[in-house]
Design a protein. Structure first.
Length: 194
């Protein structure tokens, strides 16, 4: 997450505002979703809204995944809407983005799943240390890269993006099975005095 956020520091033409709201509702479906990232098309502010009710009901690592997913959207908006045409990461991203018909989730699945996997692994081990140790004690082994990859697919596999549909049935089943392991992780608990 720090590596993603570093792109918004210093000389960046964009800022991020992250807001916790009771419920984030999809403009398309009218259903509650985990979060939403949007850019109004002008100015420097990229907005991220996180649904408290969704994050509070999940394990800590899943909450981190939700926030990471939205930060990736913000990074993608930064690359799409930059006016700095010399930025190599933006030029390369725009080529891939156009290839995937300007679909954010398809581009995310193709370009970011591995970096999301690595970020979740690092965050779990170094920030959610108690949760990581409980996982190791319960399962008898450290979480695998495949486990973190399955977590990274959250919010993408249900979108039926090309990178997901192109996976073999066995790989999809493995990801689905491993993602269920996240439900055994420590849940966040809302303070009863709020």
């Amino acid at each position: 997450m720090q590596k993603l956020l570093a792109k918004f520091e210093g000389k960046s033409e964009f800022d991020i505002a992250i807001i916790s709201v009771d419920k984030v509702i999809s403009k398309e479906s009218g259903l509650e979703i985990n979060g939403d990232t949007f850019y109004l098309g002008s100015g420097s502010l990229i907005n991220i809204q996180i649904s408290n009710s969704r994050v509070d009901a999940t394990a800590g690592l899943e909450g981190a995944r939700i926030i990471l997913h939205e930060y990736v959207h913000a990074d993608m908006y930064r690359k799409v809407y930059t006016t700095d045409m010399t930025a190599a990461d933006a030029k390369d991203f725009k080529k891939v983005f156009e290839k995937y018909e300007e679909n954010y989730h398809s581009s995310m699945a193709t370009l970011y799943v591995n970096s999301m996997r690595d970020a979740l692994k690092e965050f779990h081990k170094n920030v959610l240390t108690d949760d990581y140790n409980k996982y190791v004690n319960y399962y008898g082994v450290a979480p695998s890269d495949a486990f973190y990859e399955a977590m990274a697919w959250g919010g993408l596999r249900d979108e039926k993006v090309k990178a997901w549909t192109d996976l073999s049935a066995d790989k999809k089943a493995s990801i689905e099975s491993l993602a269920k392991g996240g439900t055994a992780l420590t849940k966040t608990v809302t303070c009863p005095n709020q």
